[in-house]
Design a protein around this ligand. Structure first.
Ligand SMILES: Cc1ncc(C[n+]2csc(CCOP(=O)(O)OP(=O)(O)O)c2C)c(N)n1
Ligand SMILES: [Mg+2]
Length: 320
């Protein structure tokens, strides 16, 4: 079903805001104010598309790449919080607590969270829920044994899960061409008995459409889908790690721009005017600038909640 204009504008707001927040956080890392960030610059369309397609009671497990934009696009996670979380002054986008859309927290060992997501999808099925789980992982994780096992099991049981593979061409410094002789990850889906879809990860609307279809399919009880989103990351793997790509390859990556793509498309269709787009960007920028200023001040954020008790930490970790 074609997206309504107001949803497209909301998606642009989430996309542009995510880009501006990522830029601010990446810059603060480069300045040495913050330390340790896996920049999501260039990946924004994927998180925003999934965040716009899922329900609050669906479960999403982000990877280290797209968690912030995903949480923001789902709603209830502001750009202010996204920035303040980097200063330890707001909850992390990677494991949100009560009152937030359902999120399975990030896990340190790449790929190992994919079987956990399958477990959530299976638990939901056993409880008779109509919810869907979406699990994110990269091209590097895709070659981990746990990921193959997880996809095989989900296929066998026709579980309500979407496997969202962000193929950015590298696992830190390892290019896909050296990691596998079969670089078309979507084609692997046939081996797990599920559809595999290859999509341009810089195209927000195309992303949204394939994600929505995969979620509908899973919700109808027709089983999982593997989506391979091809993408180019703009920054090195993480702050403090040298990029193995030369200037030419980096410049080519930065010429692919999901925010510009959606902006130009909405302007051309008359869904957004230049003034509206500029106003949205200015509002996002003002929120981010204020959050950076607040983050840099010593001390906790004004409304910081008291630290969790051990009982609360237990309940928030293990309750469904
Ligand atoms: C099992 C395991 N091996 C190695 C690492 C170190 N590591 C962290 S992220 C990463 C690269 C992951 O690449 P990919 O899955 O393609 O995701 P991307 O970072 O490109 O989004 C590696 C090797 C880890 N965290 N866990
Ligand atoms: Mg990768």
């Amino acid at each position: 079903m074609p997206l309504e204009p107001d949803r497209l504008v909301a998606m642009y707001r989430a996309l542009a805001g995510s880009r501006l927040a990522e830029e601010a956080i990446t810059d603060l890392n480069k300045q040495g104010v913050l330390r340790g960030h896996h920049s999501g610059l260039g990946h924004e369309a994927i998180g925003v598309a999934v965040g716009s397609a899922v329900r609050d009671d669906d479960c999403v497990q982000p990877s280290h790449r797209s968690g912030m934009m995903l949480a923001h696009a789902r709603g209830g996670y502001s750009l202010r919080e996204a920035v303040l979380s980097q200063f330890g002054k707001a909850p992390s986008a990677f494991g949100l607590g009560e009152g937030r859309p359902r999120t399975l927290t990030i896990v340190g060992l790449v790929g190992t969270w994919v079987p956990m997501s399958v477990g959530v999808a299976m638990a939901d099925r056993l409880k008779g829920k109509d919810t869907v789980t979406v699990t994110f992982f990269g091209d590097g994780a895709a070659n981990e044994g746990a990921v193959h096992e997880a996809m095989n099991f989900a296929g066998a049981r026709r579980l309500p899960i979407v496997f969202l593979l962000e193929n950015n061409g590298y696992a830190v410094s390892m290019p896909v061409s050296e990691a596998t002789a079969a670089p078309d990850f979507a084609a692997r889906a046939a081996g797990y008995g599920m559809p595999g879809v290859l999509v341009d990860g810089h195209d927000t609307i195309a992303m949204y459409e394939v994600v929505e279809e995969a979620i509908d399919r899973a919700r109808r009880g027709q089983g999982p889908t593997l989506i391979e989103a091809r993408i180019l990351r703009w920054e090195a793997h993480a702050h403090g790690i040298a990029d193995v790509r030369d200037e030419e390859e980096l410049a080519a990556a930065r010429r692919t721009d999901c925010v510009r793509n959606l902006r130009e498309s909405l302007l051309a269709q008359g869904i957004l005017s230049e003034e509206q787009a500029a106003a949205i960007e200015a509002e996002c920028r003002a929120e981010i600038d204020a959050a950076v200023e607040e983050g840099r001040k010593p001390g906790p954020a004004p409304e910081a909640p008291p630290p969790l008790t051990a009982d609360e930490a237990w309940r928030l970790t293990y309750a469904d």
